[in-house]
Every structure is written in structure tokens, then in C-alpha cells.
Design a protein around this ligand. Structure first.
Ligand SMILES: [Zn+2]
Length: 379
């Protein structure tokens, strides 16, 4: 889902990224504001360039509104000790990337509610500013942009409050069900089913719109519906996986004695004697007893071929970090989440600066399928 994304800046310690699909949205929003919304809402006519500038301002406002919404989720989540790796804006809005599942229904509720509440508060604040502006005879172009942002933030809050998981409203519903029956799996299953149903209704409504001749509107509904369907199904699968892997420490199924690389060998030696021989993409770099870092084909690719002969592994290796290491007592679900987030298939299991073993996606998935086969008989 997050293919090409670039990090824009950091805000309160959260990296704000945009998916390349957001560029498409920015252009679409600017265009539809400049050609549709503003010429329609403004009473007087202005030169074209005016509408384009207002459209761009509206698109920037949309961008800021979504960041504000996601940031509110992230700040509340952080307050309760959930780690958020960043905020990514993609074509349909934003996602605060949460690494952990909330620990209690109350935390889930507060984290989910923070977004829509903050959007409504922002809408109210902008409305007050606009009222002041109207009284103070501000130019109509400015009040029109602010007016658009009021509507936008109200819509953002309302759409997110639809009780369809993984939308905020669905999370609130899940929190309520979770609190009621004290069963997170069941609560997620119900919330995800409603989410799936809602997305099917959206797709169907979109198709109807297209049939009636509203191609652009219908197309949006279909796209949003498809996106939500995927997200709802994925969150349901996540429940099954969590159910099977939760409480299993990584250390239980790591492979011991992994192949390690000494830091002084050259990249050419690494490729000839390790990569081509063992077919792994990543090797831990160990010096004596100490884990120094890791080297992956990613770093090798960034190096020009001529430098392979002269560059030692230690010069280009990646330092140990929370991205490539995991503690042996950490939950297996955490390893899985980290792998999917970073797009890697191997993590080093560490204790202090010692390498204990490796945990691989393949092993995790194999264990997962065995566990589901043997233990999943509960409806
Ligand atoms: Zn939200």
C-alpha cells in the first residue's frame, strides 16, 4: 500500500511522509476547486489565475487539515505509550502508523476519537475566523478558501465517524464492543465485517453514480470503497494472525547460529562467499562476540561496482537499530508488524550487543499456518 513515499518533515517527533499517490490527489483537488467549487461559490467573477491560486491554497489547507487530524491520533497514542512510526498521507487521506495494538478499550476509544474531535474543533475555529473576516470586509477570495476548509473539516470528521473499521468510527465501535464483552478478537471481527459491508455499499453506490452519468463522483466512491474493503479485510486477517502469534516470544522460534559476516571483508568477498552461497539478502556483521551491525543487498546496490573490491563491509554496513533488531522476549506479532512496515524479511534477535539468532518471515508464516491449522477451531 505504501510504495513510493517521501519524508517531508518531522512534527513533534513524527515523520510526516507523502505517498506519491498524494500528488495525484493534490492536482485533482486544486483542479476541481479552481474549476468547480470556487467559481460556483463566489458571486463575482475573477480572472482564472485567482481561482487557480485559491485552488492551490485549498489543496494546501486539505493537506494541513489531514496532518492535523492524524497528529491528534498520534499525540494521544503516544501519551499512552503506543509507538507511532510516522504519518503517511496517501490518496484518500492519512494514516498514523501504529506499531502496537492499543492495550485497552479506553485507550483505543480515546486514540480513535481524537481525530474527528480535533477536526471538528478546527472547523469551529476556522468558522469563527471566517465570521470575523466577513465582518471585517476581508477579500472574498480569502473567506471563500477558509469557508471551504470549514466544510472540509466537518466532512473529514463525519466521514471518519462512520462506524466501519478501520475508520475512526469503526475503531470507536470496536472499543465499545471490546469494553462490553472484553474480547478484542470478537470486537474486531464484528467491526471489520461492518467495515467490509459499508465499503461494498460505497462501491455499489459508485457504480450506480457512473451508470447515471456522474463518472468522476462515481469513480471516487468506487476507489474509496475498494480501499476500505482492503483495509477492513486486512485488519481481520491481522486479528487471526494476532490470535495465533500473540504471547509467543520471538526467541522461541528464532534460528540459532545464523551465518554471520566479519566486518573487515570486502563487498566482493561478501557477494562471492556469502550472498551467492547462502542466498540471504541480509547478514549480521559480528566482530568477535559483539554484534556490529548488518549488511544487506540494499547497501551493496547503492555502491558502484568498481568500489566492491576496495570497500570493506564495515564501511557501508547499517548500524543496529530498532528497525533491524528485536529483543528475544518481544512478541512475535511485533516482529511481523516490523517486517511488514520496513519491507524486510529477516530481523536480528539481540540481547544487549550480542546476537542470539535470526527470525525470518518464512519461519513466522510457517509457524502461523501450523498454529491456525491446529488451534483455530473457535468460530
Ligand atoms: Zn482519523
Amino acid at each position: 500500500m505504501f510504495g513510493n513515499r517521501i519524508t517531508l518533515f518531522k512534527l513533534f517527533g513524527f515523520a510526516v511522509r507523502v505517498d506519491m499517490s498524494w500528488v495525484v490527489l493534490a492536482v485533482l483537488v486544486t483542479w476541481s476547486l479552481a474549476k468547480g467549487w470556487f467559481p460556483y461559490t463566489l458571486k463575482e467573477t475573477y480572472p482564472d489565475i485567482f481561482y487557480w491560486l485559491m485552488g492551490a491554497a485549498g489543496a494546501i489547507g486539505l493537506f494541513a487539515s489531514i496532518i492535523f487530524h492524524e497528529l491528534s491520533h498520534s499525540l494521544i497514542a503516544k501519551k499512552y505509550g503506543l509507538s507511532i512510526s510516522g504519518i503517511t498521507l496517501f490518496i484518500f487521506g492519512g494514516v498514523a502508523e501504529m506499531e502496537d495494538q492499543p492495550e485497552s478499550a479506553k485507550i483505543e476509544f480515546l486514540t480513535a476519537a481524537a481525530g474527528p474531535v480535533s477536526s471538528l474543533v478546527l472547523a469551529l475555529a476556522l468558522y469563527v475566523i471566517n465570521t470575523i473576516g466577513a465582518a471585517g470586509q476581508w477579500p472574498a477570495s480569502i473567506t471563500a478558501v477558509i469557508g471551504y476548509l470549514v466544510t472540509l473539516n466537518v466532512l473529514l470528521a463525519l466521514f471518519n465517524l462512520v462506524p466501519a473499521f478501520p475508520l475512526d468510527g469503526g475503531r470507536i465501535l470496536r472499543a465499545a464492543l471490546w469494553w462490553w464483552r472484553d474480547n478484542l478478537r470478537w470486537a474486531t471481527r464484528i467491526a471489520a465485517r461492518i467495515g467490509s459491508l459499508f465499503s461494498l455499499i460505497l462501491i455499489l453506490a459508485g457504480v450506480l453514480k457512473v451508470v447515471r452519468g456522474d463518472f468522476i463522483g462515481g469513480f471516487w466512491w468506487i476507489m474509496i470503497g475498494m480501499f476500505m474493503k482492503r483495509a477492513a479485510d486486512m485488519s481481520y486477517q491481522q486479528v487471526i494472525m494476532t490470535r495465533a502469534l500473540q504471547g509467543e516470544p520471538v526467541g522461541r522460534f528464532m534460528c540459532l547460529n545464523p551465518v554471520t559476516v566479519p566486518p573487515h571483508i570486502t563487498i566482493r568477498e561478501l557477494i562471492e562467499n556469502y550472498v551467492y552461497r547462502y542466498h540471504y539478502k541480509m547478514f549480521p556483521v559480528v566482530e568477535g562476540e559483539r554484534l556490529a551491525g548488518c549488511i544487506s543487498t540494499r547497501q551493496v546496490k547503492e555502491l558502484p561496482r568498481e568500489a566492491w573490491e576496495s570497500t570493506p563491509v564495515s564501511a557501508v554496513m547499517e548500524q543496529c537499530s530498532a528497525e533491524n533488531c528485536i529483543q528475544q522476549e518481544a512478541d512475535a506479532t511485533k516482529a511481523l508488524a516490523r517486517m511488514s512496515q520496513r519491507g524486510v524479511s529477516r530481523l536480528m534477535v539481540v540481547s544487549g550487543d550480542r546476537l542470539l539468532g535470526m527470525v525470518t518471515l518464512k519461519d513466522l508464516l510457517q509457524l502461523l499456518s501450523l498454529k491456525i491449522e491446529l488451534e483455530d477451531n473457535e468460530r
